[in-house]
Design a protein around this ligand. Structure first.
Ligand SMILES: [Zn+2]
Length: 142
């Protein structure tokens, strides 16, 4: 299900038709402030070329987005009261992707102070047989 780029809010931001708080831009990528910030400095990094999600972004744009994400994360840690960055990428409606243009969230964190717990989950040992079976299923699908 391809999104019509005319209706894509991020494509409109890339085209300058919708304003954003631009943080960084290069030939392939754009980074801008999320206007619904989870923490101070929450930034989105997108490819300029429309791609819906991890399944259809080109390898070159994928690499470029994550290289830009690294630059932004370093800057966030250098200038904000953060001791870490939560990197989130949601691909597909089942993962609660809302804007159907590939984007990476960079959320500056200080786990002891920001009061967030939504990016944490309990780590408990799984069923080894089940883990092995599912890993094999994914491996076979490659
Ligand atoms: Zn788009």
């Amino acid at each position: 299900m391809a999104t019509d780029t005319q209706d894509c809010i991020f494509c409109q931001i890339v085209a300058g038709k919708v304003p954003c708080f631009k943080i960084y831009e290069d030939e392939r990528t754009l980074a801008f402030a999320d206007i619904n910030p989870v923490t101070e400095g929450h930034t989105l990094v997108i490819p300029k070329a429309h791609a819906e999600n991890l399944l259809d972004i080109t390898p070159g744009d994928l690499a470029a987005v994550h290289q830009t994400a690294q630059k932004i994360a370093r800057a966030q840690l250098a200038c904000l009261k953060a001791t870490g960055v939560t990197v989130v990428q949601l691909s597909g409606e089942g993962a609660n992707q809302v804007v159907m243009h590939y984007h990476v969230h960079l959320i500056p964190r200080d786990r002891t102070k920001d009061g967030l717990d939504k990016f944490e989950w309990e780590s408990k040992p799984g069923n080894m047989r089940s883990i092995e079976r599912i890993a094999g299923k994914i491996k076979d699908a490659l």
